[in-house]
Write a protein that binds this ligand. Structure first.
Ligand code: ATP
Ligand code: MG
Length: 308
């Protein structure tokens, strides 16, 4: 398991003053964008505000425009219409170099992000560019490699690592830059179950430091549940947004966005279908509590004589 105590001990740079908490970090105002060769708009008047310290999950079916939105926010694509502001500053060719320094971005394809010959080189590359001392560089390399559980891979060549290991290494390189805004576009898609659980825990822990504003794109409902807000994107617009647990309980929305429900919710529905309703709970803890309450209050159907 990844141990967070070292991260807790780090005096992580707090982003903004306390009285600035909740200010918009990312504002997309009626943004439209057409990709080259396309006759239709990929983003179609999309508006979205993400506040400082907030973790927003973007979800939606393939081709709905999530990656396009992430690339626009990172200044890698230009909007045809509308405006994007980062920390209140409009994103334009003059401001992009400065704003990029605040943003850490991870894609699902880690091969595109490696520049070093080893993982350690790769993490060091970005740090050299911001002029850190050797001691601070080494401290950051070991701090973030440990956080991601890849300390044993620091001397490894990227070609000698699995896709999941590369994703963790790419995450370490991005976090080592200590950006205030993290854009994660299916950044944990190659991870196995255990590594993905760790990945979610890391993002969750980063959010709880209050230092990062996080936008993550995912098809993983368990990740969506952890976020502060879920934004469902469809045909280049925001279809729905709000508390993840509430949105994930809406079967029609999930079908429209082709999202599989979280395990606990599917379990509750299956119980209800068998005549044992315990309410709908997307959160596993709440589902277990409701199950216990139901078990203690009455005998479940079909088990009456044995238990009662
Ligand atoms: N480089 C490109 N050139 C032209 N069209 C593109 C390009 N990248 C994406 N598109 C088109 O833009 C639309 C939105 O793509 P985008 O990658 O933003 O979707 P997405 O929501 O991220 O999908 P996925 O879940 O598959 O990653 C799609 O119709 C896609 O075909
Ligand atoms: Mg995408």
């Amino acid at each position: 398991m990844i141990n967070f105590t070292n991260l807790d001990r780090q005096n992580l740079r707090q982003y903004g003053r306390a009285d600035e908490a909740g200010e918009p970090a990312i504002e997309c105002r009626s943004v439209s964008c057409r990709r080259p060769g396309s006759t239709v708009r990929t983003l179609n008047g999309l508006s979205l505000t993400v506040r400082r310290g907030e973790w927003v999950c973007l979800a939606g079916r393939n081709g709905s425009g999530k990656s396009t939105l992430i690339r626009l926010i990172a200044g890698l694509l230009n909007a045809d219409e509308g405006e994007i502001r980062i920390d209140g500053e409009p994103l334009d060719p003059r401001s992009i170099p400065r704003i990029r320094g605040k943003i850490g971005m991870l894609f699902s394809e880690p091969d595109d992000q490696f520049v070093g010959l080893t993982v350690a080189d790769d993490i060091a590359f970005g740090l050299e560019n911001i002029g850190l001392s050797r001691e601070e560089m080494e401290a950051r390399i070991s701090r973030y490699a440990e956080l991601l559980g890849i300390g044993h891979l620091l001397d490894r060549h990227p070609a000698a690592m699995s896709g999941g290991q590369k994703q963790l290494a790419a995450m370490a390189a991005v976090l080592a830059m200590e950006p205030s805004i993290l854009l994660l576009d299916e950044a944990g898609s190659m991870l196995d179950d255990r590594a993905r659980t760790h990945f979610r825990a890391i993002v969750n822990r980063l959010r709880s430091t209050g230092t990062y504003t996080i936008v993550s794109v995912t098809h993983d409902a368990e990740e969506m549940l952890l976020a502060d807000r879920l934004v469902l994107v469809s045909e280049g617009r925001v279809l729905a947004e709000g508390e993840p647990e509430r949105l994930l309980a809406d079967e029609h929305l999930l079908a429209k966005c082709r999202i599989s429900p979280p395990f606990a919710l599917a379990f509750c529905r299956e119980l209800a279908r068998h005549g044992w309703p315990i309410g709908l709970h997307a959160d596993e803890r709440k589902a277990v509590d409701a199950l216990w309450a139901s078990l203690l209050s009455k005998s479940p159907p079909g088990f009456g004589t044995e238990i009662g």
